[in-house]
Design a protein around this ligand. Structure first.
Ligand code: ZN
Ligand code: ZN
Length: 276
């Protein structure tokens, strides 16, 4: 069994066949997925829970996150955090995310991104939930903010989380692990040019890794360039198996065990989610 630890099934790309991708995932052995919440303003933060509430019978089980993506940081307000705290109580919500910094696009000014990241780290501590981090071309600031938060929260923040779509070098991976976070590997692992990333995946501690698609983005080889979907996390697992010398089943077992340790609320799939 595989878990896609990060995808965006609320995306309009799936409007024609949202239920079908969850059925195809389950048929491919992907029994659970994490739907990432987006939005920024109050009233837009429950997109993942909306997908979970319409999960088809026999489809992959949908866990959720709530969070304000760094692209949307300029839309955040105190009311957004209040809504996040309220939604975080839902048993399907397993993490705060995706949150972090993105200096590649800078859709929101850097200072605003940093401020919103800090505020959401605080929400994670208050709600005792792990976080899913988005870090793009912002390594120094991201690590520094996290170090300050971890140090400042003392024992009050037991949960850490993962760096999603990890695409850093060996030193950055070491810094992530040192902070107690995990590495989430995506379809990037199958891209021919990213040999250094494969080396990180080959040598990282086995207990610290999970897998994801980030669908609809980053479709893995051999589907590259197409709309990605959770079923294809199996291709990420296949690449990891080849790198580590593990069987495909072993990749599924190990990453599932890691997932449940890092996201402790995601114990076992329960009954369908109630409408949030
Ligand atoms: Zn991201
Ligand atoms: Zn994402």
């Amino acid at each position: 069994m595989f878990i896609d630890s990060h995808c965006h099934p609320d995306g309009e790309e799936y409007d024609p066949d949202r239920a079908a991708i969850l059925l195809r995932a389950a048929a491919a052995g992907v029994g659970e997925i994490v739907a990432i919440g987006g939005g920024g303003e109050p009233g837009t933060l429950d997109v993942a829970l909306q997908v979970a509430s319409r999960q088809p019978e026999n489809g992959a089980h949908v866990w959720c996150t709530v969070g304000i993506h760094p692209h949307e940081a300029r839309r955040a307000s105190a009311a957004s955090y209040a809504e996040m705290r309220a939604l975080a109580r839902h048993p399907r919500v397993v993490a705060i995310g995706e949150i972090g910094l993105d200096y590649h696009y800078t859709h929101s000014p850097r200072e605003v991104q940093q401020e919103v990241f800090r505020s959401q780290l605080q929400v994670a501590t208050e709600t005792d939930l792990p976080i899913t981090i988005h870090c793009r071309e912002a390594w120094d600031d991201c690590l520094e903010l996290l170090r300050a938060h971890v140090a400042g929260s003392g024992a009050g923040w037991r949960q850490r989380g993962v760096f999603h779509c990890f695409n850093g070098d060996g030193a950055q991976a070491a810094a992530v692990l040192e902070l107690g976070f995990g590495l989430s590997f995506s379809g990037l692992l199958t891209f021919p040019k990213l040999g250094e990333l494969r080396e990180v995946a080959r040598t990282a501690p086995a207990h610290a890794m999970v897998i994801e698609t980030d669908a609809p983005f980053l479709a893995p080889v051999p589907h590259r360039g197409r709309r990605n979907e959770p079923a294809w996390v199996v291709e990420v697992a296949r690449q990891l198996a080849a790198l580590r010398g593990w069987s495909l089943e072993e990749v599924g077992d190990r990453t599932t065990t890691n997932f449940r340790r890092i996201f402790p609320r995601a114990i076992e799939p329960g009954p369908p989610a109630a409408q949030p």
